[in-house]
Design a protein around this ligand. Structure first.
Ligand code: FES
Ligand code: FES
Length: 159
């Protein structure tokens, strides 16, 4: 099988790999790089679970071929924080119970990051609109909106 050489920066680290042209970016991240924080659900662009930031913008990694990321900069949920030093969004999801099973959480966090990077003080309606890109089968969404609202406040120095 023909392979293609790609060069991609993921979470600040440069990777150079040979991949098959039809290799999905979600599989590249999870299987080739071991970054299993990117979850996979429907694998056809509906659920949003596989969301990553590709050059700062949300993208569905199950709809993206790894070769399309050649030369790009990617952030996955592993870039956000650690249990000891959580990103304000992670802390807010924890405090506001913005997750139950956690399967959608990486996508929710990265979608919220994209929103707050562009709009640090969104309305609840704007938060709902942004987060509607991803499905959650557990929370009913209310606590997710609460968490993003709380993180926005914290990141602006609020309570
Ligand atoms: S796994 Fe990619 S959108 Fe569902
Ligand atoms: S917390 Fe379970 S799918 Fe969202």
């Amino acid at each position: 099988m023909e392979t293609v050489q790609i060069s991609v920066t993921v979470n600040g680290k440069l990777y150079e790999r040979s991949v098959e042209p039809r290799h999905l970016l979600s599989d590249f991240l999870r299987h080739d790089l071991g970054l299993t924080g990117t979850h996979v659900g429907c694998e056809h662009g509906v659920c949003g679970m596989c969301t990553i930031l590709l050059d700062g913008q949300t993208a569905r990694s199950c709809l993206t071929f790894a070769v399309q990321a050649d030369g790009a900069t990617i952030s996955t949920v592993e870039s956000l924080g650690t249990p000891q030093h959580m990103h304000p969004l992670q802390a807010a999801f924890w405090e506001k119970h913005g997750l139950q099973c956690g399967y959608c959480t990486p996508a929710m966090l990265l979608t919220a990051k994209e929103l707050l990077d562009a709009n640090p003080n969104p309305t609840r309606e704007e938060i709902r609109e942004a987060m509607s890109a991803n499905l959650c089968r557990c929370t009913g969404y209310q606590t997710i909106v609460d968490a993003v609202e709380s993180a926005a406040s914290a990141m602006q120095g609020g309570a």
